[in-house]
Design a protein around this ligand. Sequence first.
Ligand code: FES
Ligand SMILES: [Fe+2]
Length: 399
Amino acid sequence: MLPRNDINVTAGREGLPGWCYANPELYDIECDVLFRRHWQLACHASDIAGKGDFITFDLVGERALIIRGRDGEIRAFHNLCRHRGSRVVADEKGTCPGVITCPFHAWSYELDGRLRSPAKPRSFPDLDPVEWGLKPIEMEIWHGFVFVRFQPGPQPSVKEMLASIEGEITPYDLDGLVPDEDGLYCMESAPVNWKSVRDVDNEGYHVPMAHPGLQDLYGKNYIDESISGYVSRSVGVIDDGPARLWSVRQYKTLISNLPEPLSGLPRQWVYFGLFPNSVLAVYPDSVIFYQDIPKGVGKTSIRGGIYRRKNEDRVTRAARFLSGRIDLLTAEEDRMLTIWSQEAMASSAYDGMILSDLETGVREYHDKLREIIPVMGLKAPPPPGQVAGINAGMAEGAE
Ligand code: FES
Ligand SMILES: [Fe+2]
């Protein structure tokens, strides 16, 4: 028998080292390389159904304004006045009555982004309305969901990226969804690095212990799989077994009684992980999305939306209400797990993770991060001031 120390039981199972969850220089790289340069799910077209309706979406210092024009077209702009950079729209959602007026000095813009007029125009030279209009942001609408990308990046178009799930999502008629009663939401921030949130979300190994509701809903039939470098799929097939929670018991009964065409949908919850920080999930009764929003190296919020079918009947509505309750409970349970994960890394006794075969979602996600930001492969942090330089050197060496 080999002496115990000769067997490397942690090989390939380590996960990212603790320093990656608390290093401000690494966080700056992540903001630039991941969040600004990868597609972000901003909203659904039905969140801004009327002319002049808008939502705003802030992420790592970037600010998007997504607005429907007089012509019915949806456009995305930087929420940044061309005069001195103020937000041209202050609220998270609302309606611009025909014109966007900057709250600072009242420059006004058309709903299609062109500059209409600076305030007191004779105090300026002539300004070209397009050149001095709001700056557009790259945008793509996929089955009604609006994606934006603040800077050019390595991912293909959203359509291309999600081509492999096209067949699976088609029966859910995502284009025809409308927002639930509350619309887009943003939860209170947790004192954790965004990766602590993602790590908890990227595996189902914790479900039997930490989520009694989900365990009784689909825990026995849950799998995680990677679809491509940018898309993962997790599915829980809902069983007919008993459930400890009233909401889960009721939900199981209700989804057996959904009307056509929903009754033809698979009896399962499917989560599509969209790299780096969004999840789109399809249920028989509703469709949801959520995403991690970093608010600093050690602070993260969760933003999302819940969508229902138009002309929803009473059974589906009750089922959606219950799936929302189950999700809310799960989110509260997960929040605690993310906090415990994060605080562990401050302990002098913490020497990293050893990941199970049932945590392949975390392992593959960490591999992807190390591929994009190679400095994350170092067991110890580089000296202060050197993270970006060492990362650039490692990236060059890898090419
Ligand atoms: S910053 Fe917008 S009008 Fe001055
Ligand atoms: Fe969880």
